[in-house]
Design a protein around this ligand. Structure first.
Ligand code: EPZ
Length: 419
C-alpha cells in the first residue's frame, strides 16, 4: 500500500488547476445508459472512482473509452445487472439503477455497503422508484427493481438528514423516460444535481427546477447522445483553499466555480482567511491571525459535509474554541483521532466536535480512513512541524486527481512512497 511522506512547514504558493467534479461525473456517466447513441463527457477526473464507473458500465454491456479526460460511452446493448463485487465497492454506482429501470424496466444491483461515515441507506431512492410504479425486492444482498413502464408521479424525497443527492439524481434519470410528469419535492440542490439536469436536457429530456427543492421532469419517448463538460470539483477547490490558509501561503485556485463555494468562502472569511475573486479564479491567503469559528454541515447551499474534515484541520490551528457539527452523516469524525496524533486537542460531543485550537502541530504517522478525512490529514501534515506519513492513501486516490503532484507544484514537500 502507498503512503504520502510530508515534510511540513512550507507555505503553499502559486497556482493550482481544479479538475472536473467526481460527484458530477459519476451520475452523468450513468446517465449515458439512457440512450443507444454516443455520449462524450469531458473533464472527467482520472480517479479510481471514475475508473470503477467505467468498469461498471462495461460490465453492463456498454462500450466505454476513457482518454485525456474524455469518457466516450455507447450503450447500444445493455444488461439489467452489474457485477456484484464492482457495485459493492463504490457507493456512487447506485446511480445506475435509475437509467437501467428507465431503459430496460429492470435493475438488479448489489445493495451498496455502508461505509466508514455511515450506514448509507437507499430507502429514499427506492421510495422514488416505487412512486414511479416499480416493484422493489431486496434479497440475497441484491435490490431488484422491475416495472411494466414507469409512470410520472409526485413524491417527497426528504429523509432524516434532509435531501439525498444520489437519490434525487437516480429518480430524475428514471423519470426522464417515464410516461407523464414527475415532481420531486425536497430534491437535493447540489451543483452536481444541476449539472446532471443540464446533461439530461442536452440529451432531450425536459427537466426544470434543478438546483431548487422542487424538480419537475416531463417524460419523453427517447433520449439522444450529447457532448458535455462537467463542472469543476468544488470539494477539491475547497480542499486547496483550506490548505493555502493552513500553511499560511497564498494560492490562486484556477478553474473553480466561485458560485458553488459561497458557504465555504463565507466561513473562511469569518476565520480571517481572505478569498479574492479574480475572473474564474480565487486568490486565497490568511488575512492575519486565524480566528476560531463554528461550522455546521447542511445540504446545499449550506456548508458541505465533504469539507467538514478539511475545515477541522484548519480550525485546529486557530486559537480558541471552534465547534464543528455534522448534520448529514452519523459518523464522520474518523479524522479526529488521527489529528490528535499530530497534537490536535478535539473532543467529540454527539454530533459536534469541540476543537481547542492554536497549539502547534507536530508530524507523526497517521492513517487515512475515508476520502475527505484523508485530505484533512494531508492538510494538517502540511502545516505541522516535522514529518507526517499518511498511510493508506488509496482513499485519497478515489477522489483527488494527482493531489501530490499539484501540491508539489505549490512548493509542498510531499512524495508518494510504499508503506
Ligand atoms: C453524495 O452521496 C456524495 N457522493 C457524497 O460525497 C456527499 O457527502 C453526499 O452526497 C452529501 O452531500 C456522490 O455524489 C458520489 P446523500 P449520497 O444521499 O448521495 C441519508 C465524497 O466524499 N440517506 O445525499 O450517497 C444518508 O444516510 C462523498 O465525495 C437516507 O437516509 O449522500 C445521509 O445521512 C462522500 N436514505 C444523508 O441522507 C437514502 O435513501 C445524505 O446522503 C439516501 C440517503
Amino acid at each position: 500500500m502507498e503512503s504520502f511522506l510530508i515534510k511540513g512547514g512550507s507555505p503553499l504558493r502559486g497556482t493550482v488547476e481544479i479538475s472536473g467534479s467526481k460527484n458530477a461525473s459519476l451520475p452523468i456517466m450513468a446517465a449515458a445508459l439512457l440512450t443507444r447513441e454516443t455520449c462524450v463527457i469531458r473533464r472527467v477526473p482520472d480517479l479510481s472512482d471514475t475508473r470503477f464507473m467505467v468498469q461498471i458500465l462495461q460490465s453492463l454491456g456498454a462500450e466505454v473509452k476513457f482518454a485525456q479526460g474524455a469518457v466516450t460511452i455507447r450503450a447500444e446493448k445493455l444488461k439489467p445487472h452489474a457485477d456484484y463485487e464492482l457495485v459493492r465497492k463504490m457507493r456512487g454506482s447506485i446511480c445506475i439503477m435509475g437509467p437501467l429501470l428507465a431503459r430496460l424496466q429492470r435493475a438488479r444491483v448489489s445493495l451498496p455497503g455502508g461505509c466508514i461515515i455511515g450506514a448509507r441507506p437507499i430507502n429514499l431512492h427506492l421510495k422514488g422508484f416505487d412512486a414511479l410504479g416499480a416493484k422493489i425486492q431486496i434479497q440475497g444482498g441484491y435490490v431488484d427493481a422491475k416495472a411494466t413502464g414507469l409512470i410520472g408521479a409526485t413524491m417527497f424525497l426528504g429523509g432524516r438528514s434532509g435531501s439525498t443527492v444520489l437519490g434525487t439524481v437516480n429518480v430524475m434519470m428514471a423519470a426522464a423516460l417515464a410516461k407523464g410528469v414527475t415532481v420531486i419535492e425536497s430534491a437535493a440542490c447540489e451543483p452536481e444535481v444541476v449539472d446532471l439536469a443540464n446533461f439530461l436536457n442536452a440529451m432531450g429530456a425536459k427537466i426544470s427546477g434543478a438546483g431548487s427543492p422542487t424538480v419537475t421532469v416531463t417524460g419523453v419517448e427517447r433520449l439522444r447522445g450529447a457532448d458535455h463538460e462537467v463542472i469543476p470539483d468544488r470539494i477539491e477547490a475547497a480542499t486547496f483553499m483550506i490548505a493555502a490558509a493552513a500553511t499560511n501561503g497564498e494560492v490562486t485556485i484556477q478553474n473553480a466555480q466561485p458560485d458553488h463555494l459561497r458557504a465555504v468562502i463565507d466561513k473562511l472569511s469569518e476565520a480571517n482567511v481572505s478569498v479574492k475573486r479574480s475572473g474564474a479564479s480565487l486568490i486565497v491567503k490568511r488575512g492575519g491571525r486565524l480566528k476560531s469559528v463554528d461550522v455546521t454541515t447542511l445540504p446545499h447551499s449550506g456548508f458541505p459535509t465533504d469539507v467538514q474534515a478539511q475545515m477541522m484541520a484548519l480550525l485546529v490551528l486557530a486559537p480558541g474554541i471552534s465547534i464543528i457539527t455534522e448534520r448529514i452523516f452519523e459518523s464522520r469524525f474518523m479524522h479526529v483521532s488521527e489529528l490528535a496524533r499530530l497534537g490536535a486537542d478535539i473532543e467529540i460531543e454527539g454530533p459536534s466536535a469541540i476543537v481547542k485550537g492554536g497549539k502547534p502541530l507536530s508530524g507523526a504517522p497517521v492513517m487515512a480512513s475515508d476520502l475527505r478525512a484523508s485530505a484533512a490529514l494531508v492538510i494538517a501534515g502540511l502545516a505541522a512541524k516535522g514529518t507526517t506519513q499518511v498511510n493508506r492513501i488509496y482513499h485519497l486516490d478515489r477522489g483527488y486527481e494527482k493531489m501530490d503532484r499539484k501540491l508539489r507544484l505549490l512548493g509542498a514537500h510531499i512524495r508518494r512512497v510504499q508503506e
